[in-house]
Ligand binder design. Structure first.
Ligand SMILES: [Fe+2]
Ligand SMILES: [Fe+2]
Length: 288
């Protein structure tokens, strides 16, 4: 018997106000420069990444003959467009704080540009589907357990919660376009997620250190932070590794995985209040 497929509606939400302003502390993750800059690094690539994701999926729009998938692609593009705009705004805040972010992430954004220009549309959509698997996994890892985000600034937490919810909603769109329209087979799909590991090293190690250096932290202080935060890193990202492995199972489909347990709570509170900060608090309260 085929395993159940979990479905959810993709709802683009626009012009949300997270209250992001100069009162957000520089080290918004409980005063910890390492945790802050690790998350800043991850989110800093989103504006260019989201544009790349949209372009990779939309490249196959003409070949989509299923109206439901065509509508999903439209909603996916609107969601990713909004994510890009809000994270762009946050990137400008980081730069206003004296961190030369554009220069630090240039190797990553440069690679995205070269991939668009040089790789086949099929491999670009396979890379996008793999990246979307990562974002959906991260959404769950960050919001499934209370302890993870407990020390984060409530405004940053709300921004990341909204993004996590929408990643959960559209987690199958790029995958479906890759399989049903671009006709990408197993080998290319599996190679794509392995290929992305190069970006992860940059985002997880090089960029956070470059940002902390711009913050004025000495090499000794940066590496002390890196080492003392290893248990936190393992606890946070350990579960993600097994979920990443699921992508390599031949019959994998994103909707065979249930949505995060507190997903419905965010939806309910946001629908009632229209306030992403309140919805994020409810999401956190409903975590394990
Ligand atoms: Fe996104
Ligand atoms: Fe996404």
């Amino acid at each position: 018997m085929a395993r159940r497929h979990f479905t959810n509606e993709i709802i683009p939400r626009e012009n949300l106000d997270f209250g992001l302003d100069t009162s957000v502390p520089r080290f918004w993750w409980g005063g910890n420069p390492y945790k802050t800059r690790l998350f800043d690094s991850m989110q800093s690539t989103f504006p260019d990444g989201e544009r790349y994701f949209i372009a990779s999926v939309v490249a196959f729009r003409k070949g989509i003959d299923d109206p439901a998938l065509a509508e999903d692609v439209r909603r996916f593009s609107r969601q990713e467009g909004q994510h890009g705009l809000v994270h762009e705004q946050y990137n400008r805040m980081i730069e206003a704080g004296g961190v030369p972010l554009a220069r630090i992430i240039a190797p990553i954004t440069g690679r995205l540009k070269r991939r668009s220009e040089r790789f086949s549309p099929e491999f670009n959509v396979a890379l996008t589907a793999a990246a979307e698997h990562f974002t959906a996994m991260m959404a769950e890892c960050f919001f499934d357990k209370k302890w993870v985000m407990a020390d984060a600034d409530h405004r940053m937490r709300a921004l990341l919660a909204w993004h996590a919810i929408e990643e959960m909603e559209h987690r199958a769109v790029a995958f479906d376009v890759m399989q049903k329209v671009a006709k990408v087979g197993y080998v290319k799909r599996a190679w794509a997620i392995l290929y992305l590991s190069r970006d992860l090293i940059d985002v997880m190690f090089r960029a956070p250190h470059a940002m902390m250096k711009a913050d004025g932290l000495s090499a000794r202080r940066r590496w002390t932070l890196q080492i003392t935060n290893i248990p936190w890193l393992v606890r946070l990202f350990g579960p993600l590794m097994s979920k990443a492995g699921a992508y390599l199972v031949p019959g994998f489909h994103p909707l065979k995985q249930p949505p995060m347990r507190n997903y419905a709570k965010w939806l309910e509170v946001y629908a009632r209040t229209g306030d992403p900060l309140e919805a994020a608090e409810a999401l956190a309260a409903a975590a394990a």
